[in-house]
Design a protein around this ligand. Structure first.
Ligand code: BGC
Length: 744
């Protein structure tokens, strides 16, 4: 029970009063979430470029069945004015025709901007934000996305994704903050701060929805929505903490994992949903299922014989709202299950109370849509500039032989640009941009530059030759022309990568970059011209064979609308690269260790098995300048329970360019009762230094940083030796040891 001093008590009191007035049918309706196209003219999956509301469907779903939540869109992205028309019509209709005038909760996937509104600002995807190692860009993305969603009358964002992903084959790894728990915690909390602002009822803030609880990001096979095997002590150590922090930050809604962990589908795992998420982590709001997952329990997981039984399992496990999303079948099953006594009314009341609480807290009863004219900053130049800065800081320089970059002499340097991602906006934005897959250039925004266009603007049209060369897969087109253009240039830029797509469509059988793209590099290498690879991709696709042929490599992830400009600025030296990999970049498709890689490099010492042999390590990334580390000191070499160590290091810009350095701090438990991580990130800070300038970076390592989750699923610290490693390059860290003593 909440005390009356709890600031949320007032909203729960309102929720309780309203709940008392609702019939079972109305409660079941509140628990139902449908897709917008269930309310529009035409078929659900209609490809029409209009979203015209159908009053018969609205009447049936919103009034007869009392559906309480609607989400997403059809194929095309409506303008903010059209969103206003749609949301206002739905809210007004509900208000005019329903008994209690409960506003509909509208949700959407604004995973890197309000990208389902035409013309909105498109930010880099989460993986590229993680690569900035600068939480401010995550905060800004959350904030601007919230503003532009509210400008579209949408108050609920299905973001951020807090799935720690240790599986680079997984096609949705780009939606995450990568493989490390600490980065996920810091970036997730920053995003929520930006999105939820001072109060989610503010007209510029939204309620976030964390996803996907839990373990979705590390499927064994790498295929989307396929099983994961994660012992509980790992689940708690690596996967749970980002969710805990996010809930502590005031998150009220969480979406479930469509896959199964340890054989139990995420949607029926009562222990994880009710005991851990709602109990231990204290989620006050509600839990929503993912798309069509009641049916999935029947058709894919085989844990229920029909949807009715699946509904019973999910609701009893703790699911409060169901993303059906086609019709009111879920609501009808809930009514039947309560009437037959299979689901107690107390569970339904708990679910609906949580949902109404969120609606009250969001201020929807007072204002359920906003006029777009009140959002003058929508798609402003200053928002675009923030997106560009985020892209600049995330793009990661992985190789730069003989300092081929920056390529400064803009007016005179002749370059050849080629590759499937060179002249494509969709290849900068990636999935969840205007459309679900994000691969349809029909919806390209006018005035935004592809990489090729940005290079032409920077180096002059006459200096930039172009030929696409090849597609994502398929043959190389017009070899003679490619070779001749390359031979007439000084530097060759080859833009490679993945065709944007997500979820099941993104499943692959091998992490290798498709052969035709590698062939293009091999072909162009024969010209003897320096080669710069630009990688526009969600996953770290294996490029072992072509890496030696390249002089420089820029990993751009999916950097968003300003990504072309950001790349051109980095290439020309207007900006200096400072991104660092947020995941381990594998060298072989069958050697997919993450940086924690318990003990596997020791195998290498003993048996020459190349246990841990990535192409590039987590945390790796070059700059145009260089940094030196000195005077690494610790306040003590022994600590006791509940104490902390203070440390300090001096970082100096020893090169010729101004630049930013990510100072990374890792801890290594030398001996532990279960094999310790090779290292664990416990802190980082991004600093800016001019040539010759130094800065002192100080940090505190707390007793909690020494802990891991033992086999009893509890956090423990064990007496013994520890090492602290600090630096900007994972293979070149300065090190200090200390001892942890359990007694005083
Ligand atoms: C995805 C979620 C998304 C939902 C609504 C699902 O298929 O897994 O991440 O929020 O659809 O679009």
């Amino acid at each position: 029970m909440l005390s009356t001093s709890d600031p949320d008590a007032v909203y729960f009191a309102k929720a309780d009063s309203l709940l008392n007035l609702l019939t079972l049918e109305e409660k079941a309706g509140q628990m139902t979430n449908i897709g917008l196209t269930a309310l529009t003219q035409g078929e659900f999956w209609t490809q029409a470029d209009t979203l015209l509301l159908d009053s018969a469907k609205m009447s049936n779903l919103l009034i007869t069945h009392g559906v309480g939540s609607v989400q997403n869109k059809g194929k095309y992205p409506p303008s903010k004015e059209e969103w206003y028309r749609i949301v206002k019509s739905i809210q007004d209709f509900t208000k005019a025709n329903s008994r209690h005038q409960i506003p509909v909760l509208f949700g959407i996937d604004g995973v890197h901007g309000a990208t389902y509104t035409a013309g909105s600002t498109i930010f880099p995807h989460q993986i590229a934000l993680a690569a900035t190692w600068n939480p401010e860009f995550s905060r800004i993305t959350g904030e601007v996305t919230a503003y532009e969603l509210r400008a579209s009358s949408i108050p609920w964002n299905y973001a951020p994704v807090l799935d720690v992903s240790m599986q680079p084959l997984w096609g949705r790894i780009f939606e995450t903050f990568g493989e490390d728990t600490y980065i996920n915690r810091v970036m997730g909390a920053a995003y929520i701060e930006g999105a939820q602002g001072k109060s989610i009822s503010d007209s510029i803030s939204v309620a976030v929805c964390l996803k996907h609880f839990i373990g979705y990001g590390t499927p064994v096979s790498g295929k989307d929505r396929s099983p994961a095997l994660i012992p509980e002590h790992y689940l708690r150590q690596y996967y749970l903490e980002p969710f805990r922090d996010a809930i502590d930050k005031g998150t009220l809604t969480v979406m479930l994992n469509s896959g199964a962990v340890n054989g139990v589908p995420g949607h029926i795992d009562k222990y994880l949903i009710t005991d851990v998420l709602k109990g231990e982590l204290g989620l006050k709001g509600f839990v929503i299922t993912d798309w069509g997952d009641i049916a999935r329990l029947v058709e894919n997981h085989f844990v229920a014989k029909d949807k009715r039984e699946a509904t019973k399992l999910a609701v009893l496990a703790g699911a409060d709202m169901c993303m059906v999303p086609y019709d009111a079948s879920f609501a009808m099953d809930v009514i039947d299950l309560v009437q037959s006594g299979e689901i107690p009314m107390s569970r339904i009341d708990d679910a609906v109370r949580r949902i109404l609480f969120v609606k009250f807290k969001l201020g929807l009863f007072e204002k359920s849509y906003h006029h777009p004219a009140n959002f003058p900053e929508f798609a402003s130049d200053s928002f675009a500039n923030l997106s560009r800065m985020a892209a600049v800081e995330g793009i990661t320089l992985l190789k730069n032989e003989n300092n081929i970059l920056p390529l400064k002499d803009n007016a005179r340097t002749k370059v050849f640009v080629t590759g499937p991602t060179a002249n494509s906006l969709t290849s900068l934005n990636g999935p969840w941009s205007r459309t679900f897959k994000g691969d349809d250039p029909t919806y390209d925004d006018k005035g935004k530059k592809t990489f090729l266009q940005a290079m032409q603007a920077k180096y002059g049209n006459g200096n930039v030759l172009y030929e696409q060369g090849t597609d994502f897969t398929g043959d190389i087109i017009d070899k003679t022309s490619i070779l001749s253009k390359a031979s007439n240039s000084e530097v060759v830029f080859i833009c490679l990568g993945e065709q944007p797509t997500t979820e099941k469509f993104s499943d692959i059988h091998s992490l290798d970059l498709p052969p035709n793209q590698q062939e293009l590099v091999k072909l162009l290498h024969t010209t003897g011209k320096p080669i710069v690879l630009v990688l526009l991709q969600g996953r770290p696709r294996v490029i072992r064979e072509i890496e030696p042929l390249a002089d420089a490599i820029l990993m751009a992830y999916w950097p968003g609308h300003e990504g072309g400009e950001a790349l051109a600025q980095l290439i020309s030296g207007e900006e200096s690269p400072s991104g660092k990999l947020p995941y381990t970049y594998p060298r072989y498709t069958n050697t997919l260790h993450t940086y924690q890689h318990k003990g596997s490099d020791k195998l290498d010492d003993n048996f020459g098995m190349n246990g841990f042999n990535p192409q590039w390590q987590f945390g790796y990334g070059l700059s145009y300048t260089s940094f030196g580390y000195s005077n690494f000191t610790l306040s003590t070499d022994t600590i006791n329970t509940n104490y902390s160590i203070k440390g300090e290091v001096t970082v100096t810009n020893t090169g010729k360019y101004a630049g930013k350095e990510v100072v990374q701090l890792y801890i290594r438990d030398v001996v532990a009762s279960i094999t310790p991580d090779d290292r664990k990130l416990v802190g980082f800070e991004k600093i800016s230094l001019n040539p010759g300038q130094s800065a002192k970076v100080s940090f505190t390592v707390s007793f909690n940083d020494l802990k891991f989750v033992g086999l009893n699923n509890k956090w423990i610290a064990e007496e013994g030796d520890f090492e602290l490693l600090i630096g900007g390059n994972p293979s070149d860290m300065v090190k200090k040891s200390f001892y942890y003593k359990t007694s005083k």
